[in-house]
Design a protein around this ligand. Structure first.
Ligand SMILES: Nc1ncnc2c1ncn2[C@@H]1O[C@H](COP(=O)(O)OP(=O)(O)OP(=O)(O)O)[C@@H](O)[C@H]1O
Length: 617
């Protein structure tokens, strides 16, 4: 089906044939990047963040400031208590003022670091999303053959979103936690190495507990992110394949399939949350333990006069502060893991090679006359079974080449190679004598136009839909093209005429009318090479005649490749390529081929019978 070749996004496989997950690196075409390790992913996230270095520096400064102030407050309270106990109570207004300033400073610096980080995060994610979208549109067709549309969309939405939420809050919190931790421990050591050591008793337990938990939650978060992508792919396919699902009464099966996938997400989400839910509990218990140790041992030390009551107060407060960042770290770790899983999936796509990367050193194809030649071209989709073998033919500028043959013969594949959606494994394709492997794809495709069985129309006016053929065309040029395509009369009968709004997919106008618009679009594009996929379904005779006339106008003076189903079109062709099993089995004009026994004669007699049958009907 040619339309699937041209519009891979719009034609996913039927929902109920899906079930397997397809890895990025399966199939042929550019090599997919191996899954990056965490460090690689973090380095790439950093390469995005680094563009906002200056502001990030400010954020870091605020983080340092707020962490420092959060350390200062307990210390001040401890010193104040010792001063009071030592009889220096008259300084309380000064102390109160200083403490208030510290708390206000802490609040302001925390607030600033938050809003600045949100700004950085949003911009970073904006750039990531833009890069991903742009990159997707530069990827070669084989990439899309291997993926589900919804799964790709999930990378653009879900995965990017998880990176966004982490950058917004978790990243900063993690940094601030580490800083507070280091600061707290330093001050603690300075105040009393013995009490610090006692506080540390719980640290190995915390580390072990954390390790146990994150080892289990990490893969679960990754799995959840992956399953989510798959589910999105599945949803997209079932929605776009609604007609097919209904036509084959597969609703129940699709619903069951969905339930199974949904259950998988529920399970991985459930276990990831349940296991990571232990983290705060574990941290709290260990926190209380160290609290008790410090209070108990500190009390004894104070009685013996080795430490002051103020120091114990500072320590009790620091013990809390010391475990809080650990607690935060543990909590944020989960978010971080799911963000890394998301980012990995984004970077995986970004690591795929674009079409442009394939064609380094290629030059633009100048305006062509339209001479096309295939010389000994062979191609295989999977690298095992040849789908085209030794294809050789020449078409002069302006000639019409009809491709005929049974289903699966390789007609669409041949066109796919001509448009360079795929590259030949052997042989050479040339336009005006220029080997296509040395020219840029964009410059080749800009000189080609397609009229497919099912034309893609987007939401917008009729005028804009035709103008898609050449965006800078004036209103007069659009109308002239519509007149030449025989589309003018039906357009003027629509409410609003050329300004009539079409819904997505062009629902609201008939299949024949859609083809007339496609012809107008192609006439406007004025390409040297034309690809037509003739409609197989019968269209009412009046429209059919209009389409044929429109097509004749379009094909005049252009090299046209027609995947032909109608005998009339085939008879008119300057050259007929009869294909079977990936080979050209016969080649010539109708007169040359009709008289000799072979596939063409069989196809023609079959076709004639069918057409006669239709006439009788
Ligand atoms: N994306 C793909 N990946 C793998 N194999 C493919 C792909 N597209 C087509 N094929 C195989 O290549 C062969 C030729 O297919 P092609 O679509 O070119 O035939 P066709 O002559 O255009 O058929 P039809 O008239 O039914 O559209 C078939 O065996 C088909 O199964």
């Amino acid at each position: 089906m040619l339309k699937e070749l041209i519009e891979p996004f719009r034609h996913p496989r039927p929902a109920f044939t899906l079930g397997e997950s397809r890895g990025l690196s399966s199939g042929r075409g550019p090599k997919a990047a191996k899954a990056k390790d965490y460090n690689g992913t973090l380095a790439r996230i950093w390469s995005y963040l680094a563009k906002r270095r200056a502001k990030l520096g400010l954020v870091l400064f605020m983080v340092v400031l707020s962490s420092g102030l959060s350390l200062l407050a307990p210390y001040m309270i401890g010193r104040a208590v010792d001063t009071y106990l030592g009889g220096g109570g008259e300084h309380w207004p000064r102390f109160l003022g200083a403490l208030t300033a510290v708390y206000v400073g802490y609040a302001v610096s925390s607030w600033l670091q938050n809003i600045w980080m949100i700004d950085i995060a949003q911009e970073t994610v904006y750039r990531m999303r833009t890069d991903l979208f742009r990159h997707l549109h530069r990827l070669p067709i084989p990439f899309f053959n291997r993926r589900q549309q919804g799964e790709i969309m999930s990378r653009l939405t879900n995965d990017i979103e998880s990176v966004s939420s982490t950058l917004n809050s978790s990243a900063i919190q993690i940094f601030s936690s580490v800083l507070t931790l280091v600061g707290t421990v330093s001050v603690m050591l300075w105040l009393s190495p013995l009490l610090t050591l006692l506080t540390f008793i719980v640290v190995p337990l915390m580390a072990l507990g954390m390790r146990w938990i994150t080892r289990r939650t990490g893969p679960l978060f990754k799995e959840r992110q992956r399953s989510m992508g798959e589910l999105n792919g599945f949803i997209e396919e079932t929605l776009s394949g609604q007609r097919l699902i209904k036509a084959f009464s597969q609703e129940e099966r699709v619903i069951e399939d969905f339930a199974e996938r949904n259950r998988r997400i529920m399970l991985s989400g459930y276990w990831a949350q349940v296991i990571s839910g232990f983290i705060p509990k574990l941290m709290n218990s260990l926190n209380n333990l160290s609290f008790a140790i410090v209070a108990g041992v500190g009390g004894i030390l104070a009685v013996h006069g080795s430490v002051t009551v103020g120091t114990i107060l500072v320590f009790v407060e620091y013990t809390r502060q010391f475990t809080r960042p650990l607690n935060d770290l543990a909590n944020q770790w989960n978010t971080l893991l799911s963000a890394i899983a998301g980012a990995e999936r984004v970077f995986e796509v970004l690591a795929e090679e674009t079409e442009a990367a394939w064609e380094k050193g290629a030059s633009a194809l100048p305006a062509v006359q339209g001479a096309v030649s295939f010389q000994g071209v062979s191609f295989s989709y999977d690298g095992e079974r040849e789908n085209l073998s030794d294809i050789t033919f020449k078409a002069k500028p302006g000639e019409t080449v009809a491709l005929v043959g049974p289903t699966g013969a390789g007609k669409t594949t041949l066109i796919g190679l001509l448009c360079r959606f795929y590259e030949p494994d052997k042989g050479q394709i040339a336009v005006d004598g220029r080997d296509l492997s040395g020219v840029t794809r964009e410059s080749l495709r800009s000189q080609m136009a397609f009229v497919l069985q099912d034309t893609f129309l987007f939401k917008g006016t009729i005028r804009d839909n035709i103008r898609y053929g050449r965006l800078d065309a004036s209103d007069e040029e659009v109308e002239r093209a519509a007149i030449a395509a025989n589309a003018h009369s039906f357009i003027t009968r629509l409410p609003g005429g050329y300004d009539h709004m079409l819904e997505t997919g062009g629902s609201g106008i008939s299949q024949g009318q859609r083809q007339l618009l496609a012809i107008a679009r192609a006439i406007l594009a004025d390409p040297a090479i034309l690809v037509l996929d003739e409609a197989t379904s019968s269209i009412d005779t009046v429209t059919e005649v209009k389409i044929q006339e429109g097509l004749l106008a379009l094909m005049k003076g252009r090299t046209s490749f027609v995947i032909a189903h109608r005998l009339g079109t085939i008879r008119r062709a300057d050259r007929i390529l009869v294909m079977q099993g990936g080979r050209i089995v016969q080649q010539g004009t109708h007169e040359e081929l009709a008289g000799v026994p072979g596939l063409y004669a069989e196809l023609v007699s079959g076709g004639e019978e069918e057409e006669q049958g239709e006439d009788h009907h």
